[in-house]
Design a protein around this ligand. Structure first.
Ligand code: SF4
Ligand code: SF4
Length: 175
């Protein structure tokens, strides 16, 4: 059933359009004068991308994977983040860690790990649910690409973006 939105009845003053035009123009003029003579911190124009916004703590940017200080991928491929992700942006292909590997007792690691940034809604549930503190939303908000494929972040890209996160617990270290 289509929703019919009634056309508003404008007064003759509103029909002139000029008052609305001047109102908008005055806002622009006020900002212009402030920019010329006002304090630097009151300027409203940001010369992006040379200048970037200072983000508040807790900003939810792109999700990334991290390594610990010894270079180990922290993800143990438990797939909780894949299960919890509301738009199903995460796909994980787990693999078994060979018995002769230094971290064999971890048992699993991701063979492939993909996050589709065209689906991600930056909800942070993946970070909250991760028992290994292996996935983090970083303050990266400038994600661009020239194709859909570029915005499908694979494991290498996610680890490169995430970098190193200190692990104070070191529960997987060899005793
Ligand atoms: S931030 Fe939310 S939508 Fe994006 S990958 Fe994590 S759980 Fe999925
Ligand atoms: S990132 Fe965390 S929640 Fe997701 S599979 Fe790896 S260990 Fe599990």
């Amino acid at each position: 059933m289509p929703l019919v939105v009634p056309r508003p009845n404008l007064t003759w003053w509103e029909k002139l359009y000029l008052p609305a035009f001047w109102k908008g123009f005055l806002v622009t003029a006020r900002h212009f004068v402030r920019m010329l003579f006002g304090r630097r911190d009151r300027r409203v124009v940001l010369e992006y991308p040379e200048q970037k916004r200072v983000l508040k703590k807790g900003y939810r940017g792109a999700p990334t994977l991290v390594r610990d200080q010894d270079g180990r991928e922290k993800c143990v491929s438990c797939q909780l983040c894949e299960f919890i992700c509301p738009p199903r942006a995460i796909k994980i292909w787990p693999e078994e860690i060979p018995a002769n590997d230094l971290h064999a007792k971890v048992e699993k690691r991701p063979l492939r790990f993909e996050i589709d940034m065209l689906r991600c809604i930056y909800c942070q549930l993946c970070e909250e649910v991760c028992p290994e503190m292996a996935i983090f939303l970083r303050d990266d908000y400038s994600l661009t690409g020239t194709s859909r494929a570029e915005l499908l972040h694979d494991k290498e890209k996610l680890l490169e973006m995430g970098g190193v996160m200190q692990d104070g617990i070191l529960k997987w270290n060899k005793k």
